[in-house]
Write a protein that binds this ligand. Structure first.
Ligand code: S3P
Length: 436
């Protein structure tokens, strides 16, 4: 699918409630499935990735009732009550769903098979297969990628030092220990998002967090709790960036997750000179959230992004690259090799697209240097990656001519309402057929 961003010169104005956080929505439905009792999930992200996780949980025996698109009632199967899925579990494009479920399913008394789309089938799964195998799991895969055939069985305790800061690896192993009833300890090189830890603790799990190490000890059951999913900061990054690009813009985003493991992009905007205010900070269900007000304040300054900020903004780096293309001076991103194994190789896809739009840049194995300046129109390819597609469409608002973005259909994996909401705020994004 091709979408076209037209540089209308219009400012963006208004209020927006960004969709529910994707990471927290995945975890809410999976943990509710593992709990004893009935959980209500409000603010659930109704998008292809999280719906794939919910469908998987149904196949594993949870009773999931949609009270509305964003409110789910989940009747848990309990830690030891999952049932063998009657067919392979198709997780579409979702790496989080596949890696978290690999942990849960490795500890079950039945076999299962996890499959995904073309992109997911190319993503590295050895990073979970190896530590799960060290616990005694039996997982067959062709080249360390999906499909994964999981035999299921008893697992033993694990002390693991992860080579990458990855919440998916950490959560996978904690869930394997939880389901197998064994102690698991995971140490990371830098802190990754900690939603699993917060949510598990609220359900009665026995967790200890010391600096970069998380230890989970066995418990007999998880208590069902109600979850309120905050707005996704990774989706919020698109309207925030658009407001920084379009003169006179003023946008308010309500109820955005401000968990400190997710605020790297806000910190970066601030360091680039953007005018960002956070109001009404509150804690709901263990997660910090707040309302964000952003107003256009002229050209942003390029920045050397400190590599230690990268894990807390890993999914926002494509839109940061788009912003950097218009900033004053050079923006340097390093320590971001993980971007090469996301839904696409995001360094390569963004570099190729930005170069097509006349942006001067140099690509590195773990990052990119971008020299800001005028951005031309043109035709770019999002490589079926939702975040690259949205990044080019936002940047197109500030280009000198229309930007056509091919392979944009995956936007629905994280934010099906992206185009409608951005158009409501004042952006001009049309389908190739002309409908705005
Ligand atoms: C996620 C963790 C991150 C992130 C992904 C969602 C999660 O991946 O990029 O979009 O929900 O745990 P890694 O854990 O591989 O860094």
């Amino acid at each position: 699918m091709r979408l076209i961003a037209n540089p209308s010169g219009r400012s963006l104005a208004g209020e927006l409630k960004v969709p529910g956080d994707k990471s927290i929505s995945h975890r809410a439905v999976l943990l509710a499935t593992l709990a004893d009792g009935v959980s209500e999930i409000r603010g659930f992200l109704a998008a292809r990735d999280t719906e794939a996780m919910a469908a998987a949980c149904r196949l594993l025996g949870a009773g999931i009732h949609n009270r509305s698109d964003e409110v789910l009632e989940v009747v848990g199967a309990g830690l030891h009550g999952l049932r063998k899925p009657e067919r392979p579990i198709d997780l579409g494009n979702s790496g989080t769903a596949m890696r978290l479920l690999a942990g849960v399913l490795s500890a079950q008394p039945f076999s299962s098979r996890l499959v995904g789309d073309h992109s997911l089938s190319a993503r590295p799964m050895k990073r979970v297969i190896e530590p799960l195998t060290a616990m005694g799991a039996s997982i067959a895969s062709d080249h360390g990628t999906a499909p994964l055939s999981i035999a299921g069985g008893t697992l033993s305790t694990l002390e693991y030092r992860s080579p990458v800061a990855s919440a998916q690896i950490k959560s996978c192993l904690l869930l394997a220990g939880l389901c197998a009833g064994v102690e698991v300890s995971v140490q990371e090189p830098e802190v990754s998002r900690n939603h699993s830890e917060l949510m598990l603790a609220s359900m009665g799990a026995d967790l200890k967090v010391q600096d970069l190490r998380v230890t989970l000890r066995p418990v007999r059951r998880l208590d069902a709790v109600d979850f309120q999913v905050p707005g996704d900061p990774s989706s919020a990054a698109f309207p925030l960036a658009a407001a920084c690009l379009m003169p006179d813009s003023r946008v308010q985003l309500s109820g955005v997750c401000l968990n400190p493991t997710r605020t790297g992009f806000l910190q970066t905007l601030d360091a680039m000179g953007a005018r960002v205010e956070v109001h009404n900070q509150r804690t709901v269900g263990g997660e910090r959230l707040g309302d964000i007000l952003i107003a256009y304040c002229g050209t942003l300054k390029g920045l050397d992004v400190p590599p230690e900020w990268v894990p807390s903004m890993i999914d926002e780096l494509p839109i940061l690259m788009a912003l950097a293309a218009t900033a004053d001076g050079r923006t340097r991103i390093r320590g971001a090799a993980e971007l090469r194994v996301k839904e696409s190789d995001r360094i390569a896809v963004m570099a190729r697209g930005l170069a097509t739009l006349g942006v001067s840049l140099e690509e590195f194995p773990d990052g990119i240097d971008i020299h800001g300046g005028p951005v031309a129109g043109g035709r770019v390819d999002a490589a079926h990656d939702h975040r690259c597609a949205m990044s080019f469409l936002v940047l197109g608002q500030a280009a000198s001519a229309p930007v056509a973005v091919d392979s944009s259909e995956m936007i629905g994996t994280s934010w099906p309402g992206f185009r409608t909401e951005m158009v409501r705020l004042g952006a001009d994004i049309r389908s190739a057929g002309g409908e705005s």
